[in-house]
Design a protein around this ligand. Structure first.
Ligand code: CUA
Length: 304
């Protein structure tokens, strides 16, 4: 089992272990009885005819009532946990989550939007209000025992009450396209003061464009498909891209790599497909601001 980092995690694990152990005992009992009966009542003679079977009302009733009670125990236990898992406390700290192919964006109560890792204060319950701008995704925080689908056109929530500081995994568990496996990040649980300081450092308004571009390259998950060092990937590398005079395209024509070409390829990626690649890039980058697109272009310029 992974870390237990939320209040509900030990209880979820108890239920899991209960179901697991009961299943194991029943499995061994059924298989054991089967083997015992096979040996004990095997046919010893060609002419042997089995005697009449006497029914036992006691055994019959036990086989009906026993499993029914067991199932009801698991249902009641599981349903109580489920109700707690889907009912965020009213004082929870709310973070908005936008999922898109292939990254998560987190919007904090002060309006700051960050990509990459999710940072949360460790001293209060956290509620994530989530939506998707393209296809189905799913938010999974294994150490928090929290998981819920993210659905375009509506809001879903997960919440958790962190019990220890640290860095834990967070990832998408709904197949959402070519780079689904790259939709992975961390949830960083920090003491409130450290979290608050982190949050106040996330304002990117004054950041120089190439620096902002480098940050967005990570946060917007560009790096899952486009390397910055020439390594081949799902999409063309950004290294040495800028300034090419005649870049071959899939339709046989060529294009000069200037700011216009890069701009178009970010916000409308299916128009000009580089030779040897497929039109896999999602259209979701059209939602980037002008400043963000400019920052990415400035960053690509630096990768000579
Ligand atoms: Cu998003 Cu898989």
């Amino acid at each position: 089992m992974t870390d237990q980092a939320s209040a509900i995690a030990p209880e979820v694990d108890w239920l899991f272990h209960f179901v697991h152990i009961v299943s194991l005992i029943l499995f061994l009992a059924v298989i054991g009885a089967g083997i015992y009966f096979m040996v004990r009542y095997r046919r010893r003679d060609e002419r042997e005819v089995p005697g009449p079977v006497k029914e036992s009302a006691f055994v019959e009733a036990g086989l009906i009532i026993g499993p029914t009670l067991l199932v009801l125990v698991v249902f009641t236990w599981g349903f109580q946990l489920f109700l707690r898992q889907v009912t965020p406390p009213p004082d929870a700290y709310e973070i908005k989550v936008r999922a898109k192919q292939w990254a998560f964006e987190f919007e904090y109560p002060n309006g700051t939007v960050v990509g990459g890792d999710l940072h949360v204060p460790g001293d209060r319950p956290i509620k994530l209000t989530m939506t998707s701008i393209d296809v189905l995704h799913s938010m999974f925080l294994p150490a928090m025992r929290a998981k819920y689908d993210i659905i375009p056109g509506r809001y879903t929530t997960v919440w958790f009450d962190p019990t220890k500081d640290g860095t834990f995994e967070l990832f998408c568990t709904e197949y959402c396209g070519a780079s689904h496996s790259g939709m992975i990040a961390n949830v960083v649980v920090q003491p409130f003061e450290a979290f608050d300081e982190w949050l106040s450092n996330q304002n990117t308004d004054d950041m120089p464009l190439p620096e902002l571009g480098a940050k967005l390259y990570q946060q917007q998950a560009c790096q899952t498909c486009h390397s910055a060092d020439g390594t081949p990937g799902v999409g063309p590398t950004f290294a040495g891209l800028w300034g090419q005079a005649a870049r071959p395209l899939e339709d046989g024509s060529t294009v000069a790599v200037d700011a216009d070409y890069l701009y178009e390829s970010i916000v409308n990626p299916s128009v000009k497909i580089a030779e040897g690649y497929m039109p896999l890039m999602p259209a979701s980058y059209a939602s980037l601001s002008e400043r963000q697109v400019s920052a990415l272009i400035e960053y690509i310029k630096t990768l000579q």
